[in-house]
Design a protein around this ligand. Structure first.
Ligand SMILES: [Zn+2]
Ligand SMILES: [Zn+2]
Length: 145
C-alpha cells in the first residue's frame, strides 16, 4: 500500500498537482477495497465513514488515480463509469448487466490470445485493453419472464 501511495504522490508531483490530505485519504480508502464502485457510491461510503470530503474532490481524485494507473475504470452502457483498484493479480475482463448493474469478472485465455493475434496481424503494440460485454444477467432474465 505505501508503495502505491508513493507512486500516486510522485505522479501528482510530476503533474504539478498537490497531494492533499483528502486525496491521500481517498486513495487509502480505495486501496482497502476490492469491489467495483461508482464515483457517487465512493463519495457516499466516505461520507458514511465520517470523512468530510466534497463530491468534487472525490471525482477529481478518481480522475487522477485513473491517470496514474492505480485505478481502472470501465464505462457502462449508460455512459457513467465504474471504478476498481488496479490489482497486481492477473488481468480480467467484465460482463456487465444492463438491468441491475451486476458485474461479473472473467478471464479467458482464448480471448486474450486472439487479441494478441489481432495486434500482431496489425503490427500493433498493445499496452493494455479492457473488454466489457454488456447484456442481461441470469437473475434479470428470470424476472422478465
Ligand atoms: Zn482481457
Ligand atoms: Zn442483472
Amino acid at each position: 500500500m505505501e508503495k502505491k501511495i508513493k507512486k500516486f504522490k510522485t505522479f501528482l508531483k510530476m503533474n504539478n498537482s498537490l497531494c492533499s490530505a483528502e486525496r491521500e485519504q481517498i486513495t487509502r480508502y480505495i486501496l482497502l477495497r476490492s469491489d467495483h464502485f461508482s464515483a457517487d457510491e465512493l463519495y457516499l461510503d466516505l461520507k458514511q465513514d465520517g470523512y468530510a470530503i466534497s463530491r468534487a474532490t472525490v471525482y477529481r481524485t478518481l480522475d487522477l488515480l485513473v491517470k496514474s494507473g492505480l485505478v481502472e475504470n470501465t464505462q457502462l452502457q449508460s455512459g457513467s463509469y465504474i471504478y476498481e483498484q488496479k490489482k497486481d493479480e492477473a488481468h480480467h475482463d467484465h460482463l456487465i448487466c444492463n438491468e441491475c448493474g451486476k458485474i461479473i469478472e472473467f478471464h479467458s485465455d482464448k480471448i486474450e490470445a486472439i487479441q494478441k493475434q489481432v495486434c500482431e496481424e496489425n503490427d500493433f503494440l498493445m499496452t493494455g485493453h479492457t473488454l466489457r460485454i454488456c447484456g442481461i444477467c441470469k437473475e434479470c432474465r428470470k424476472k422478465d419472464k
